[in-house]
Design a protein around this ligand. Structure first.
Ligand code: FUL
Length: 493
């Protein structure tokens, strides 16, 4: 009997237990780590902002709130054109200014008369939020909403009743339009406005007026998967400028600081310039979103048609945002026809062509790779994971091994001018310093170096022709976990 059970079930069980005891554990997470919804957001990288309201018809950037509703009548509005353009441009989603500071709503809100429902557009039967949400869904793009906390139209702005109104509108947007991927809370707040005819200046206490904790809770309850943007998160942070660049470094971790000691940070009241670099070892996983317009203004103005960014300019923005571990939220404002203007479309397609020409062929895909250290010598953590095109597999070293190198033997002689690196960020942002060498004239030559990697880092280099490349992790807060190393040859270096 005993003999039988040893041979039949006990022995394999003992062997399995021994094997498990020897199995190499993944590294422990380090510092602040991303949530599932943040991880999903990192993958988007490039998506569009649509600024459209009565301003499109008045030429203003910030409507006062007293604009005549008769002005809103786009003659050829076609949200499927917006979606087509965004998709062909390579964007993964769109965020719409459902209500900007002037208070006009692009959906028939039941809480206000300052709304699309009282305009000549479709005889008051239009709902641009609904139309765009449906068009995005159909095309496989994500859809996000911008709801301005500041409202220059509303009579109660500055008083408690307005906060209830704001929350009611938030509930409308989060309940009636399917899955909302991002909710955008602007930090611009308080000042002069129409305010139901009062025409005065109203100041609010930015740290307490919106009671953000409870406002955010509405989003969590109604759209648990949605990312919330503001100067202080809670999911992603403003990069601190509207010029289109994240810093170098740009850490995904961040500790928002109040403008004065002892004053808690709040949207519109934070040392926002720190957002450009973030903080190594910051308290929260709060990666940066780079919001920038394709034109000088956020809204369409005819006299800016000659000032639309060129494809080369946009490519530069891409390197300065996505290439530094942030996301690129590029504003493409429709014109008074209700269409994205031909000039903007041309530049967007030009950028797409440059991105395709650069990132289509990974010249390291067929390489062989060796590492100075592999965690527990376990193939599960081998350096080959860098080349498999899978961001969920990674090269890791033994605990405490915070400097290490990998050598990538290319498939013959290759010429490239871009190095793309990714950390396996589910375990935190760990690398603090790295460099990249190429084998040139019989010796290693340094071709790039940096500090932060994070979700993605793209380094432009001089044009390099070589048979092997070396990645050196020169400092890390914990053993590095690197998921990707790719090499690309772009038309511009
Ligand atoms: C700013 C606003 O004041 C601008 O009008 C624009 O909406 C931009 C994205 O955010 O804070």
């Amino acid at each position: 009997m005993i003999k039988k059970s040893l041979g039949g079930t006990l022995l394999p069980a003992i062997i399995l237990t021994m094997f498990n005891a020897m199995a190499v554990e993944p590294p422990a997470p380090y510092g602040a780590i991303p949530t599932e919804r943040q991880l999903a957001w990192h993958e988007l990288e490039y998506y569009g902002f649509i600024h459209f309201t009565i301003n499109t018809f008045t030429g203003k950037e910030w409507g006062y709130g007293d604009e005549s509703l008769d002005l809103f009548n786009p003659s050829e509005l076609d949200v499927t054109q917006w979606v087509r353009v965004a998709k062909e441009a390579g964007m993964k989603g769109l965020i719409l200014t459902c209500k900007h500071h002037d208070g006009f709503t692009l959906w028939p809100s039941k809480y206000t008369e300052h709304s699309i429902k009282n305009t000549p557009y479709k005889n008051g039967k239009g709902d641009i939020v609904g139309d765009l949400a449906a068009a995005c869904k159909e095309a496989g793009l994500t859809f996000g909403v911008y709801l301005s906390p500041w409202d220059r139209n509303h009579a109660e702005y500055g008083r408690p009743a307005y906060v209830e109104y704001f929350r009611n509108q938030l509930r409308e947007l989060l309940t009636n339009y399917g899955t909302i991927q991002e909710v955008w809370f602007d930090g611009a707040n308080g000042g002069d406005g129409y305010y139901g005819g009062a025409r005065e200046t109203r100041k609010i206490d930015r740290s307490s007026y919106y009671d953000w904790e409870n406002t955010w809770a509405i989003v969590r309850k109604l759209q648990p998967g949605a990312i919330m943007f503001s100067d202080i998160g809670p999911d992603i942070r403003w990069v601190g400028n509207e010029k289109g660049f994240a810093g170098d470094p740009c850490w995904a971790t961040y500790t928002p600081h109040g403008v004065e000691p002892g004053l808690a940070p709040a949207p519109g009241m934070v040392k926002y310039k720190e957002g450009v670099n973030g903080h190594a070892d910051g308290e929260q996983w709060l990666p940066a979103e780079v919001d920038v317009s394709i034109r000088p203004g956020w809204f369409y103005h005819e006299d800016q048609n000659e000032k639309v960014r060129t494809p080369e300019n946009l490519l530069n923005l891409y390197y300065q945002s996505v290439g530094r571990g942030a996301s690129l939220l590029l504003n493409i404002p429709p014109d008074p026809r209700g269409l994205i203007h031909e000039k903007d479309v041309e530049s967007l397609m030009g950028l797409r062509a440059l991105l395709d020409a650069t990132f289509d062929v990974n010249l390291a895909a067929k390489a062989a790779v060796t590492a100075t250290n592999t965690r527990g010598k376990d193939p599960q953590f081998a350096a080959a994971n860098l080349l498999d095109g899978n961001t969920n597999t990674y090269w890791a070293t033994d605990d405490g091994m915070t400097t290490a190198s990998v050598i990538v033997e290319l498939d013959g002689l290759q010429t490239f001018n871009n190095v793309l690196l990714q950390e396996y960020i589910a375990l935190g942002q760990r690398v603090r310093e790295f460099s990249v060498d190429a084998w040139v004239d019989g010796a290693w030559k340094q071709i790039a170096k940096g500090t932060s990697i994070g979700w993605k880092r793209i380094l432009q280099t001089e044009s390099i022709t070589t048979t092997k490349v070396r990645l050196n992790i020169n400092a890390a807060a914990a053993c590095p976990t690197i998921s990707t190393l790719e090499l690309y040859a772009g038309p511009t270096g």
